[in-house]
Write a protein that binds this ligand. Structure first.
Ligand code: HEC
Ligand code: HEC
Ligand code: HEC
Ligand code: HEC
Length: 220
């Protein structure tokens, strides 16, 4: 890091030091060596780069088709779901499917909103309509779950009985998280139905809290 911080943003580098520094990975302490190999304990170039291979080398952990396994060391659920997808099949047979960084960028420093996602998909597909709907629905489910979480906290603070809604919150949160992982199978109808179920249940619990006198204002 001491070297790359000031190494400049040479255009042939696919991601810059700044991209990493701004990313969730930097925040969570995932250093260069976790994806690239090398030896982070050495301060000289040769020592630090020992055993490290350029991403154009098929043996490199950041080679196009090997990226999923590298990311999957920490994102096991996404990797397992991704392996069930046509994308993985294409990637491992023809080398033409997307890998994790096609969609997330090497640093995963942005969450894909539906618009950005649609642009990414249309690199290869004509119309990601179904996926667009599924992601909107997932975002909606995540938003409703956050509202329910605030309402449950407000109820607790006011001493209003809300244990059923609290259990529902835990269960719906798990469902949303599982849907985000399951997304990577790219079986969109399944993702759509699980996220719709999550949203419906979150909103039902939210309405139950409103009936207990929690106003929308307090629920926000
Ligand atoms: C989350 C994984 C990840 C982390 C962490 C990471 N990189 Fe990368 N890096 C990649 C990937 C994947 C590529 C392949 C290029 C591409 O397609 O974007 C790459 C490419 C590069 C390249 C261009 C050379 C090549 O092999 O393609 C350099 C230089 C580089 N990274 C330096 C760094 C430095 C320095 C750090 C730490 C400050 C770092 N990287 C952290 C994943 C990572
Ligand atoms: C050494 C472990 C490690 C590796 C390797 C790794 N990640 Fe992560 N990643 C994390 C951690 C830790 C987080 C923070 C969120 C969490 O705790 O799950 C994270 C978060 C993310 C997020 C969520 C971003 C957000 O803003 O919430 C995405 C997307 C992601 N990683 C994609 C990738 C991709 C793509 C690769 C491979 C190029 C990769 N990760 C490699 C550990 C890792
Ligand atoms: C074809 C595009 C695509 C591919 C390939 C892909 N993802 Fe995703 N991923 C998405 C979208 C879209 C989302 C949901 C929106 C978001 O959270 O960015 C997502 C969500 C995630 C999240 C959860 C982020 C959060 O909000 O908590 C992680 C972690 C993640 N992906 C990791 C991976 C890993 C690891 C791989 C490779 C094994 C991968 N993704 C491959 C598109 C993709
Ligand atoms: C790098 C190219 C590429 C990108 C980018 C890409 N795909 Fe694909 N996708 C493919 C290929 C190749 C196939 C397999 C052949 C086919 O069905 O067209 C495929 C298949 C699919 C399928 C069919 C899955 C099945 O089980 O039949 C879905 C759904 C899909 N992609 C969704 C997406 C979504 C959503 C995005 C954006 C987040 C995306 N793709 C981005 C290349 C890509």
């Amino acid at each position: 890091m001491a070297c790359h911080r000031s190494a400049g943003d040479a255009s042939e580098l696919r991601h810059t030091y700044g991209d990493w520094a701004k990313s969730i990975h930097a925040v969570k302490g995932v250093g260069c060596e976790h994806c690239h190999g090398g030896n982070a304990a050495k301060a000289d170039k040769a020592g630090a780069h020992a055993g490290m291979l350029d991403s154009s080398d098929p043996k490199s952990p950041v080679y196009y088709t090997r990226v999923p396994e590298t990311c999957g060391r920490c994102h096991a659920g996404e990797l397992a779901a991704f392996k069930e997808s046509r994308h993985f099949l294409e990637l491992s047979t023809t080398g033409k499917g997307p890998n994790c960084i096609t969609c997330h960028g090497a640093m995963a420093n942005h969450i894909l909103d539906p618009q950005t996602m649609a642009m990414t998909c249309t690199l290869c597909h004509r119309r990601p309509t179904q996926a667009f709907g599924a992601l909107l629905s997932l975002n909606h489910a995540a938003g409703s779950t956050r509202r329910l979480k605030r309402a449950v906290a407000a109820a607790r603070a006011k001493g209003v009985e809300a244990s059923a809604q609290e259990r529902e919150l835990a269960s719906v949160t798990r469902l949303v998280e599982a849907s985000l992982v399951h997304w990577h199978t790219f079986r969109m109808p399944e993702v759509l139905s699980s996220s719709q179920e999550a949203a419906r249940r979150a909103i039902t619990a939210l309405n139950e809290l409103k009936l207990k006198g929690m106003s929308e204002g307090e629920a926000k």
